[in-house]
Design a binder for this molecule. Structure first.
Ligand SMILES: [Zn+2]
Length: 196
């Protein structure tokens, strides 16, 4: 066995995963560093982003959510339908959770993950805890109403028996851009005041 030569390039040679190899990174590495916590959720967040766009035709704020089974299968999807159906509780997360519970056949979404483009509000954070989801993954922060770390942290409140894991900031920029574009468009649609 001669392969344990320390000069072997750890990025290309066999052996432990590059992330597990301590040592300096090349200073010239372009772009953001790989993020082992968030990277696995990027494909699911893209599905949630696609779902969020379905809110646009009814003038709803584009928020999308999906619920994943432990296998990775999609059990439920939802997009904000507050305007579409005139229901203040028709948030993306609630609709995705309901669909997932129907698919599973019971109210406990044990070991399942909710992926949503915007940090959940207090109502949705409550529903996430009550549905026993294992994990919440979200994109953009909501510093005005977020209840998963920014304004409140309902989901990880230590007084609760069940505390799902929280993975914030997955594709945060893409998620925030979709929301900003919506509000910019809405402002632009308002007629400018007449200056007669
Ligand atoms: Zn909500």
């Amino acid at each position: 066995m001669q392969r344990a030569t320390p000069r072997t390039d750890p990025a290309t040679g066999p052996g432990p995963h590059p992330e597990a190899t301590p040592g300096p990174r090349p200073a010239s590495t372009p772009g953001p560093r790989p993020d082992p916590v968030r990277a696995p959720w990027v494909p699911a967040m893209r599905l949630a982003l696609a779902e969020s766009a379905l809110a646009l035709p009814t003038g709803d704020v584009p928020v999308g959510a999906i619920v994943l089974a432990p296998s990775g299968d999609v059990l439920g999807r939802g997009h904000n339908e507050r305007e579409a159906v005139g229901d203040p509780t028709a948030h993306a997360e609630i609709l995705a959770i309901r669909e997932a519970a129907r698919a599973v056949g019971e109210w406990r979404l044990t070991d399942c993950t909710l992926v949503v483009t915007l940090e959940p509000c207090t109502m949705c954070a409550g529903a996430i805890v009550l549905s026993r989801l294992a994990r919440v993954v979200y994109g953009a922060l909501d510093d005005k109403a977020g209840a998963a770390g920014s304004l409140w942290d309902v989901i990880r409140d230590r007084r609760l028996n069940h505390r799902p894991e929280v993975v914030p900031g997955v594709l945060a920029e893409d998620c925030a851009t979709a929301l900003t574009a919506f509000f910019d468009d809405r402002r632009a649609e308002k007629p400018a005041p007449e200056s007669v």
